[in-house]
Design a protein around this ligand. Structure first.
Ligand SMILES: [Zn+2]
Length: 254
């Protein structure tokens, strides 16, 4: 029987794979039930295919990635470059949080290179807070959850905010033993990988991921790592559950 549920909720179909899939692979090995969700359908991810065509492909790719961890995939119904902190998006986000009722949530950081990512961060943060409020009607037949989840943000793309500054990472997870699982998950997003490969003449898609994982790893003296910032304000549990679950593989920033 699997342990509790962990939800990684990203903006675009491949956000999770770039920044958090190694940690998810480690948690899947520990027996946790993994859920991947994306806010937008990746409609902007093709120079030639129509939005609905590329969306259908990309959602299938994301689902295949989740399956590599024996996990589940959810699509919030949003649209690339239109993600906004609005009632419609709050309702869609809360629907997924209520349906999964996760113990731990991972999501995009509040500061990142795309406003879509930042809006997703805010939406998931709010949904994590209001999913347990019975009087919040999310517009779908759901039940309020009975608990506050742990909430973590993964690091920003390029590991810097829009002003070139590092984010206040609270811990790094050594994902060296899971880097190939992470690469296999990212490789499921063939539509994006092939596009970049064709455009640049080398496999830039996987190399970008390995590069950021390597950079994060160099901070703690291991080949590959992922950085996380824990949300520790009012309501949410404040102990570092990743440290508890992953032991020596989780390196808190002191
Ligand atoms: Zn993205």
């Amino acid at each position: 029987m699997s342990k509790d549920r962990i939800l990684a909720f990203g903006c675009h179909p491949d956000d999770i794979e770039f920044m958090a899939a190694g940690t998810l692979a480690l948690l899947a090995r520990e027996g946790f039930e993994i859920h991947l969700a994306c806010m937008a359908g990746g409609e902007g991810g093709s120079p030639t295919e129509a939005p609905q065509v590329i969306r259908a492909r990309r959602l299938k790719e994301a689902e295949a990635s989740a399956k590599l961890l024996g996990g589940h995939f959810h699509y919030a119904g949003g649209y690339d470059l239109e993600v906004e902190y609005s009632s419609l998006y709050r309702q869609r986000t809360t629907r997924i949080v209520r349906e999964v009722d996760p113990w731990i949530i991972l999501t995009n950081p509040p500061m990142d290179y795309m406003a879509d990512h930042e809006e997703t961060s805010k939406l998931v943060r709010t949904a994590a807070y209001i999913a347990s409020v019975p009087n919040y009607d999310c517009g779908y037949p759901t039940q309020a959850t009975g608990r506050f989840p742990y909430l973590y943000y993964w690091n920003a793309i390029t590991l810097k905010d829009i002003f070139g500054r590092p984010l206040p990472v609270s811990c790094r997870v050594d994902i060296t033993s899971a880097i190939e699982d992470k690469a296999a998950m990212l490789a499921q997003h063939a539509s994006q990988r092939d596009w970049l490969k064709h455009h640049n003449g080398y496999d830039q898609y996987l190399e970008m991921m390995r590069g950021w994982s390597r950079e994060e790893g160099s901070v703690i003296g291991v080949p590959y790592a992922e950085g996380f910032i824990q949300h520790i304000s009012q309501g949410h549990p404040q102990d570092n559950i990743l440290k508890t679950l992953l032991g020596d593989r989780c390196h808190p920033v002191v």
